[in-house]
Design a protein around this ligand. Sequence first.
Ligand code: KG4
Ligand code: ZN
Length: 359
Amino acid sequence: MISNIPLFPMSGPILGIETSCDETAAAILGADGSVVANVVASQHAIHERFGGVVPELASRAHIEMIERVVLAALEEAKMSWDSLAGIAVTQGPGLAGALIVGVHYAKTLAYILGLPLVGVSHLDAHIASAWLENPEFPLPCIVLVVSGGHTHLYRRDLQGTSHLLGCTRDDAAGEAFDKGAQMLGLGFPGGPALDRLARTGNRAVISFPKSSLKKGSLEFSFSGLKTALLYKLQAMDDSERGERRADLAAGYQEAIVTVLVDKALLAVEQTGIRSLAVVGGVSANTRLRMLLQERVRASHVRLSIPPLRFCTDNAAMVAAAGRQAFAAGRRMAIDAEPFTTVEPILATASMTTKEVSHS
Ligand code: KG4
Ligand code: ZN
C-alpha cells in the first residue's frame, strides 16, 4: 500500500501533477525546493470555440497529454524516473473527470516506482505558489486566492494552516472577468483578453459599482457588476459599443481589482498582519498587480505575488504544496478518490513554519 510507506520528509526531487481543469501540467522541484522543470499543456485551443471549458473534452485531452507532459518535465529537469523521491497530485477541487485522470495516473506511477504519493488541494497549491520564488516570505500572512472558481481570503498562521476570513457570495473574480469578457465579445479565456483590451482604455470614464457589502465585511460579491455591464451595453447602440469597448473593459476591470485590493488590505488592517500574498489565475492581471504594488508601498505591507507562470494553473505549485504535505506526514491512500469541495485537505493541512518558509 502506498499509504503504508514509512513517513519521512522528502529529501529528493518531487514530481507535481495538475489536471484539475483545462491545463495538463507536470513540474519537478529539486530537493531544495527550487523549480527544475515546469511544463504546462494548455487546452485553450480545444475549448475556445465553445466559449468555456467542456468537461468531457478536458478529460480526454488530459488522457492524451499526461504522459507526454510528465516525460517533458523529466527531460527539462535532465532526470530519469529513479531520480524522483515522491509524487504530489491535485486531488481537488476541480472537474471530476479531469481530476480522475491526474489522480489515477499519479497513483499508478507511484505504485510502479514504489514512491510515496500525496494528494493536495488545488487551493493549497495556489497558496504555496507565493513561496516558490519568495521562500523567505514571512508567516503569518494574509492570502488572497483569486482564480476562476475561488475568491477566498485566508489568514495563514505560523504553522502554515489556512483560516478562512471571507469569500465570494456569488461569482469568483475570475468568473467576473470571463463573463464580462464574453459580454464584450472577447475570446476565451476572457480574463487575459479583457486585461489586454483594458490597457488601451480609460478606466476613469465609465464607472462601475464596487460592491463592498457591509462595512468591515471580508466577503465579496461580483454579480451586480456583471448586471451593470449588461445594462450599460444594452443602453448603447452598436457603434457606441464598438467605440467604448476598451473604456468599458478598463472601468469594469477597475471595479473588480479595486474591491480585491480594498478587501485584502482590510484583512491586513483587521488582523494586524502586515504581509499579503495574492495568488491564482487573476493575480496575473496587469492592473491588479500594479494597484497592489502601489497600495502596499503606501501602507508598508509586504507583498508576494508569484511570477506570471505560477499564477495560472501549473504543477510547480502542486509539487510545492506536496513538499509541505510530505513534511507534515501526509500520504494518499491507494483507494483515495478526487474530491470536489474545498474542505477535506485544507482542514487537515498543517506544516511547520520552517517547511513553509523554505518551500
Ligand atoms: O487559477 P486559474 O488558472 O484556474 C482556476 O483555478 O480557476 O485561474 C483561471 C482564471 C480564469 O477565470 C482567467 O480568466 C483568469 O484566471 N485570468 C485572468 C488573467 N489571467 C487569467 N484574469 C484577469 N487578468 C488576467 N491577466
Ligand atoms: Zn487554479
